[in-house]
Design a binder for this molecule. Structure first.
Ligand code: BES
Ligand code: ZN
Length: 251
Protein backbone atom coordinates (compact mmCIF):
# COMPACT_ATOMS: atom_id res chain seq x y z
CA UNK A 1 0.00 0.00 0.00
CA UNK A 2 1.64 3.16 -1.24
CA UNK A 3 0.24 5.41 1.50
CA UNK A 4 0.85 2.95 4.37
CA UNK A 5 3.76 2.83 6.80
CA UNK A 6 4.16 -0.87 5.95
CA UNK A 7 4.61 0.12 2.29
CA UNK A 8 7.47 2.40 3.26
CA UNK A 9 8.96 -0.13 5.70
CA UNK A 10 9.11 -2.75 2.91
CA UNK A 11 11.25 -0.41 0.80
CA UNK A 12 13.54 0.41 3.73
CA UNK A 13 13.91 -3.34 4.36
CA UNK A 14 14.89 -3.99 0.73
CA UNK A 15 17.35 -1.12 0.86
CA UNK A 16 19.11 -2.79 3.80
CA UNK A 17 19.24 -6.12 1.90
CA UNK A 18 20.73 -4.55 -1.23
CA UNK A 19 23.23 -2.52 0.84
CA UNK A 20 24.28 -5.61 2.81
CA UNK A 21 24.78 -7.60 -0.42
CA UNK A 22 26.94 -4.89 -1.99
CA UNK A 23 28.76 -3.43 1.02
CA UNK A 24 32.35 -2.32 0.54
CA UNK A 25 31.89 -1.70 -3.21
CA UNK A 26 32.54 1.78 -4.46
CA UNK A 27 31.04 1.08 -7.90
CA UNK A 28 27.59 0.37 -6.43
CA UNK A 29 25.27 2.80 -4.69
CA UNK A 30 21.76 2.39 -3.33
CA UNK A 31 19.33 5.26 -2.85
CA UNK A 32 15.73 6.02 -2.09
CA UNK A 33 13.66 8.15 -4.45
CA UNK A 34 10.99 10.07 -2.58
CA UNK A 35 7.63 10.92 -4.06
CA UNK A 36 4.72 13.01 -2.83
CA UNK A 37 3.14 9.92 -1.25
CA UNK A 38 4.39 7.73 1.62
CA UNK A 39 6.19 4.91 -0.18
CA UNK A 40 9.55 5.75 -1.79
CA UNK A 41 11.07 3.92 -4.75
CA UNK A 42 14.54 2.36 -4.52
CA UNK A 43 17.35 2.51 -7.09
CA UNK A 44 20.64 0.61 -7.03
CA UNK A 45 23.19 1.93 -9.52
CA UNK A 46 26.14 -0.22 -10.62
CA UNK A 47 28.49 1.98 -12.58
CA UNK A 48 29.76 0.63 -15.89
CA UNK A 49 33.53 0.44 -16.41
CA UNK A 50 33.75 1.25 -20.15
CA UNK A 51 30.55 3.04 -21.16
CA UNK A 52 29.09 4.39 -17.90
CA UNK A 53 26.68 6.69 -19.75
CA UNK A 54 24.88 3.73 -21.30
CA UNK A 55 22.26 2.40 -18.90
CA UNK A 56 20.32 -0.86 -18.65
CA UNK A 57 17.50 -1.10 -16.15
CA UNK A 58 15.98 -4.12 -14.40
CA UNK A 59 12.91 -3.26 -12.37
CA UNK A 60 9.72 -4.34 -10.68
CA UNK A 61 7.13 -2.79 -8.40
CA UNK A 62 7.42 -3.13 -4.65
CA UNK A 63 3.87 -2.15 -3.65
CA UNK A 64 1.01 -4.60 -3.23
CA UNK A 65 -2.74 -4.11 -2.87
CA UNK A 66 -5.92 -5.91 -1.84
CA UNK A 67 -8.85 -5.07 -4.09
CA UNK A 68 -11.40 -6.72 -1.81
CA UNK A 69 -11.42 -3.71 0.51
CA UNK A 70 -11.41 0.09 0.35
CA UNK A 71 -8.89 0.33 3.19
CA UNK A 72 -5.59 2.11 2.49
CA UNK A 73 -3.65 -0.44 4.57
CA UNK A 74 -4.83 -4.03 4.69
CA UNK A 75 -3.58 -7.61 4.28
CA UNK A 76 -1.93 -7.68 0.86
CA UNK A 77 0.89 -10.24 0.89
CA UNK A 78 1.57 -9.87 -2.84
CA UNK A 79 3.81 -12.95 -2.94
CA UNK A 80 3.48 -13.21 -6.70
CA UNK A 81 2.41 -9.59 -7.38
CA UNK A 82 5.09 -8.54 -6.81
CA UNK A 83 7.40 -9.97 -4.16
CA UNK A 84 8.34 -12.50 -6.87
CA UNK A 85 9.64 -9.77 -9.17
CA UNK A 86 11.55 -8.04 -6.37
CA UNK A 87 13.09 -11.38 -5.32
CA UNK A 88 14.01 -12.09 -8.94
CA UNK A 89 15.83 -8.75 -9.23
CA UNK A 90 17.58 -9.39 -5.94
CA UNK A 91 18.71 -12.84 -7.09
CA UNK A 92 20.12 -11.44 -10.35
CA UNK A 93 22.05 -8.90 -8.30
CA UNK A 94 23.23 -11.51 -5.77
CA UNK A 95 24.57 -13.86 -8.44
CA UNK A 96 26.36 -11.13 -10.41
CA UNK A 97 27.95 -9.54 -7.34
CA UNK A 98 29.20 -12.95 -6.17
CA UNK A 99 30.78 -13.67 -9.56
CA UNK A 100 33.18 -10.73 -9.35
CA UNK A 101 31.51 -9.46 -12.49
CA UNK A 102 31.83 -5.80 -13.47
CA UNK A 103 29.42 -4.38 -16.03
CA UNK A 104 30.92 -2.37 -18.90
CA UNK A 105 27.66 -0.44 -19.14
CA UNK A 106 25.80 0.94 -16.12
CA UNK A 107 23.12 -1.23 -14.54
CA UNK A 108 20.25 0.09 -12.49
CA UNK A 109 18.04 -2.13 -10.34
CA UNK A 110 14.76 -0.41 -9.53
CA UNK A 111 11.96 -1.16 -7.06
CA UNK A 112 9.08 1.11 -8.07
CA UNK A 113 6.57 2.51 -5.61
CA UNK A 114 2.83 2.80 -6.23
CA UNK A 115 2.44 0.69 -9.37
CA UNK A 116 -0.90 -0.73 -8.27
CA UNK A 117 -2.54 2.68 -8.25
CA UNK A 118 -1.51 3.65 -11.79
CA UNK A 119 2.24 3.09 -12.38
CA UNK A 120 2.94 6.23 -10.35
CA UNK A 121 6.52 5.56 -9.19
CA UNK A 122 7.82 4.30 -12.52
CA UNK A 123 6.09 7.13 -14.35
CA UNK A 124 7.93 9.73 -12.25
CA UNK A 125 11.26 7.93 -12.61
CA UNK A 126 10.96 7.37 -16.37
CA UNK A 127 9.85 10.92 -17.12
CA UNK A 128 12.70 12.31 -15.01
CA UNK A 129 15.12 10.05 -16.93
CA UNK A 130 13.80 11.44 -20.20
CA UNK A 131 14.04 15.03 -18.97
CA UNK A 132 17.64 14.44 -17.86
CA UNK A 133 18.41 12.80 -21.23
CA UNK A 134 19.49 9.58 -19.51
CA UNK A 135 20.80 7.21 -22.17
CA UNK A 136 18.66 4.18 -21.30
CA UNK A 137 19.46 1.40 -23.75
CA UNK A 138 17.07 -1.21 -22.43
CA UNK A 139 14.57 -1.94 -19.66
CA UNK A 140 13.37 -5.28 -18.25
CA UNK A 141 10.28 -5.50 -16.07
CA UNK A 142 9.75 -8.32 -13.58
CA UNK A 143 6.16 -8.40 -12.34
CA UNK A 144 4.75 -11.84 -11.41
CA UNK A 145 7.45 -14.46 -11.99
CA UNK A 146 6.55 -17.32 -9.67
CA UNK A 147 3.30 -18.87 -10.89
CA UNK A 148 3.60 -21.79 -13.26
CA UNK A 149 1.14 -21.76 -16.15
CA UNK A 150 0.12 -25.03 -17.82
CA UNK A 151 2.27 -24.66 -20.94
CA UNK A 152 4.81 -21.90 -21.37
CA UNK A 153 7.22 -20.99 -18.57
CA UNK A 154 7.86 -17.50 -19.93
CA UNK A 155 5.47 -15.28 -21.87
CA UNK A 156 6.95 -12.26 -23.62
CA UNK A 157 4.34 -9.52 -23.51
CA UNK A 158 4.16 -8.03 -26.99
CA UNK A 159 2.25 -4.80 -26.35
CA UNK A 160 3.81 -1.67 -24.82
CA UNK A 161 7.17 -3.39 -25.37
CA UNK A 162 10.04 -3.24 -27.87
CA UNK A 163 10.04 -5.88 -30.60
CA UNK A 164 13.79 -6.18 -31.30
CA UNK A 165 14.54 -6.42 -27.59
CA UNK A 166 11.79 -9.05 -27.16
CA UNK A 167 13.39 -11.05 -29.98
CA UNK A 168 16.75 -10.78 -28.23
CA UNK A 169 15.16 -12.12 -25.03
CA UNK A 170 13.57 -14.97 -27.00
CA UNK A 171 17.02 -15.91 -28.25
CA UNK A 172 18.43 -15.78 -24.71
CA UNK A 173 15.62 -18.04 -23.45
CA UNK A 174 16.28 -20.62 -26.18
CA UNK A 175 20.03 -20.57 -25.68
CA UNK A 176 20.42 -20.26 -21.93
CA UNK A 177 17.15 -20.71 -20.02
CA UNK A 178 15.89 -23.52 -22.25
CA UNK A 179 12.21 -23.50 -21.30
CA UNK A 180 9.06 -23.27 -23.45
CA UNK A 181 8.05 -19.68 -24.12
CA UNK A 182 5.63 -17.75 -26.30
CA UNK A 183 4.17 -14.31 -26.92
CA UNK A 184 1.19 -12.87 -25.08
CA UNK A 185 -0.40 -9.53 -24.43
CA UNK A 186 -1.94 -7.45 -21.66
CA UNK A 187 -4.07 -5.25 -23.88
CA UNK A 188 -3.37 -2.19 -21.72
CA UNK A 189 -0.50 -0.50 -19.85
CA UNK A 190 -0.50 -3.27 -17.25
CA UNK A 191 2.85 -2.69 -15.53
CA UNK A 192 5.86 -0.39 -15.20
CA UNK A 193 7.42 -1.33 -18.56
CA UNK A 194 4.69 0.89 -20.07
CA UNK A 195 6.09 3.93 -18.24
CA UNK A 196 9.41 3.44 -20.07
CA UNK A 197 7.77 2.65 -23.40
CA UNK A 198 5.72 5.84 -23.09
CA UNK A 199 8.95 7.84 -22.75
CA UNK A 200 10.34 6.20 -25.90
CA UNK A 201 12.73 3.72 -24.25
CA UNK A 202 12.98 0.04 -25.29
CA UNK A 203 11.27 -2.06 -22.62
CA UNK A 204 10.30 -5.73 -22.29
CA UNK A 205 8.07 -7.65 -19.92
CA UNK A 206 8.72 -11.38 -19.52
CA UNK A 207 5.66 -12.72 -17.68
CA UNK A 208 4.77 -15.94 -15.86
CA UNK A 209 1.92 -17.31 -18.01
CA UNK A 210 -0.63 -16.55 -20.67
CA UNK A 211 -3.12 -14.02 -19.29
CA UNK A 212 -5.92 -16.54 -18.88
CA UNK A 213 -3.69 -18.95 -16.97
CA UNK A 214 -1.99 -16.39 -14.75
CA UNK A 215 -2.31 -16.29 -10.97
CA UNK A 216 -5.92 -15.54 -9.99
CA UNK A 217 -5.04 -14.84 -6.35
CA UNK A 218 -3.33 -11.51 -7.05
CA UNK A 219 -4.75 -8.41 -5.35
CA UNK A 220 -6.24 -10.54 -2.53
CA UNK A 221 -5.05 -11.88 0.82
CA UNK A 222 -4.56 -15.23 -0.95
CA UNK A 223 -1.54 -14.08 -2.99
CA UNK A 224 0.82 -16.25 -0.95
CA UNK A 225 3.73 -18.62 -1.58
CA UNK A 226 1.53 -21.52 -0.41
CA UNK A 227 -0.86 -20.73 -3.28
CA UNK A 228 2.05 -21.05 -5.73
CA UNK A 229 2.79 -24.60 -4.62
CA UNK A 230 5.14 -23.47 -1.85
CA UNK A 231 8.10 -23.31 -4.21
CA UNK A 232 10.11 -20.48 -5.72
CA UNK A 233 11.46 -22.55 -8.58
CA UNK A 234 9.34 -20.99 -11.40
CA UNK A 235 11.00 -17.63 -10.66
CA UNK A 236 14.49 -19.06 -11.19
CA UNK A 237 13.88 -19.07 -14.97
CA UNK A 238 13.37 -15.32 -14.79
CA UNK A 239 16.51 -14.81 -12.72
CA UNK A 240 18.45 -16.79 -15.34
CA UNK A 241 16.95 -14.66 -18.09
CA UNK A 242 17.83 -11.47 -16.20
CA UNK A 243 21.42 -12.62 -15.81
CA UNK A 244 21.65 -13.65 -19.48
CA UNK A 245 20.31 -10.23 -20.45
CA UNK A 246 22.82 -8.35 -18.31
CA UNK A 247 25.74 -10.40 -19.65
CA UNK A 248 24.37 -10.26 -23.20
CA UNK A 249 24.25 -6.47 -23.35
CA UNK A 250 27.85 -5.98 -22.21
CA UNK A 251 29.48 -6.99 -25.51
N1 BES B 1 1.02 -7.49 -12.12
C1 BES B 1 -0.12 -6.72 -12.48
C2 BES B 1 -0.36 -6.72 -13.96
C3 BES B 1 -0.82 -8.02 -14.56
C4 BES B 1 -1.83 -8.76 -13.99
C5 BES B 1 -0.24 -8.44 -15.74
C6 BES B 1 -2.21 -9.97 -14.57
C7 BES B 1 -0.64 -9.61 -16.33
C8 BES B 1 -1.65 -10.39 -15.75
C9 BES B 1 0.04 -5.30 -12.00
O1 BES B 1 0.58 -5.21 -10.72
C10 BES B 1 -1.31 -4.64 -11.97
O2 BES B 1 -2.12 -5.06 -11.18
N2 BES B 1 -1.52 -3.63 -12.81
C11 BES B 1 -2.75 -2.91 -12.85
C12 BES B 1 -2.66 -1.76 -13.81
C13 BES B 1 -2.25 -0.46 -13.20
C14 BES B 1 -2.23 0.63 -14.25
C15 BES B 1 -3.11 -0.05 -12.01
C16 BES B 1 -3.87 -3.80 -13.36
O3 BES B 1 -3.62 -4.69 -14.20
O4 BES B 1 -5.01 -3.58 -12.94
ZN1 ZN C 1 -0.98 -5.93 -9.39
Amino acid sequence: YYEAKSGKDAVLWLKRQWEEMTKGRNDINVELVSHNWTQPSLILTWKGTDFPQEVFILGGHIDSINHNTDETDFIAPGADDNASGIATLTEVLRVLVNQSFSPRRTLKFMAYAAEEVGLLGSHEIASKAKKNKLNVKGVLQFDMTNFMGPDWNIVLIDDYTNKPQNEFLAELIDRYVKVPWGYGRCGYACSDHASWTNEGYPASFPFEAKMRYSNHHIHTDHDTLANMGGTTSPATNFAKLGIAFVIGVQN
